[in-house]
Design a protein around this ligand. Structure first.
Ligand code: BTN
Length: 329
């Protein structure tokens, strides 16, 4: 399993280049910023060069970043990332069974809040209700994030809804598409699923230890990348826009949007998020069928509760609270 956690020096250098994109930075300045020797700076720049970063080096002026490598790396993702917490501790893998599994282990080992695990490929990606999540190499964003909110356990599903809002906003900002949310966590474009979110909890008695939020986005997948049986219901951002999408840019946008929404939530509670979620929701106000483990409920989706529970009013006027189901519109 190939993994490289970014060294502190490397992170500081990348931040310095990010914040001064069009400027030359001298070796001494970089050494001061990274708190290391000029030799250490030079070594790191050589390492980055080997990974495909291109720098222009001018005598007496220093280094300027010219281009970044074509494949995704932790450095490329954090280049330009404007968050304080989310994604600051980034674990990037080439191939894993499931990023959820790795994040789970890291959370157990007390990884900081905001730790993110990203993989180019998952060989055993997991979806909701024990389904498989197809995650072929280089085509999507397969990531898991560790949060440690001090909220009561029953409120944890709200985090799924926050994530859905953040992902919708990020997709909109990067691609110009206008995605919709299908309760509880499917992000749809033109009636096809683009993104799934899987939220899992580590809790002790009445306290949340950590929440692992898994996000799977079909970004640059083409139709043939999907198994035949899901082709009628799944799509990707590339298919919908007819162009390749920069995955790193989208990851950064997601982390930045989510950080803002998560702070808003911790400060002001769920109401502002609920209103945003409802404005993106495709099912609210419509006749739907909810397939739960105990059977089907048909009726009009009237909204969600404070705890993210879907409300359906049936033809007899009875209100049903839906905690877990597949929704058909
Ligand atoms: C769904 O069923 O809609 C949820 C899909 C969640 C998939 C993501 S991909 C990253 C993370 N790792 C996994 O194994 N699953 C989640």
């Amino acid at each position: 399993m190939a993994e490289r956690v970014q060294s502190e020096i490397r992170k500081k250098l990348i931040d310095a280049f990010t914040n001064n994109e069009s400027e030359y930075l001298s070796g001494q300045k970089l050494a001061d910023i990274a708190g290391c020797s000029r030799t250490a700076v030079w070594k790191q720049i050589e390492e980055l060069r080997k990974e495909g970063f291109r720098f222009e080096a001018v005598r007496r002026k220093g280094y300027k970043i010219v281009s970044i490598p074509p494949d995704m790396t932790a450095d490329k993702i954090t280049l330009g990332l404007k968050t304080e917490k989310l994604g600051r501790n980034l674990h990037y893998h080439d191939s894993v069974e499931s990023t959820q599994k790795i994040a789970y282990k890291l959370a157990y080992e007390n990884a900081v809040e905001g730790t993110v695990v990203i993989a180019e490929e998952q060989t055993a990606g997991r979806g909701r209700m024990d389904r498989k999540w197809h995650s072929p190499k280089y085509t999507g964003i397969w990531m898991s994030m560790i949060l440690r909110p001090k909220i009561p356990i029953p409120k944890a599903p709200q985090l799924t809804l926050i994530t859905a809002v953040g992902v919708v906003q990020a997709i909109e900002a990067v691609t110009g598409l206008l995605p919709e949310i299908k309760w509880p966590n499917d992000i749809m474009i033109n009636g096809k699923k683009i993104t799934g979110i899987l939220t899992e909890l580590q809790a002790e008695s009445d306290r949340i230890h950590s929440v692992i939020i898994g996000i799977g986005i079909n970004v640059n997948s083409q139709e043939e990348d999907f198994p035949e049986e899901i082709r009628p219901i799944a799509s990707s951002l590339a298919i919908e826009t007819d162009r390749m999408i920069d995955r790193e840019e989208l990851i950064r946008a997601i982390l930045e949007k989510l950080e803002k929404l998560y702070s808003l939530y911790l400060e002001k509670g769920f109401l502002p998020i609920k209103l945003m979620w409802e404005s993106y929701a495709v099912s609210i106000g419509k006749q739907i069928i909810a397939r739960t483990i105990t059977g089907e409920i048909k009726g009009k989706a009237t909204g969600i509760t404070e705890d993210g529970v879907l409300l359906i009013e049936d033809s007899a006027g009875e209100l049903h609270h839906i905690y877990s189901a597949d929704i058909k519109i």
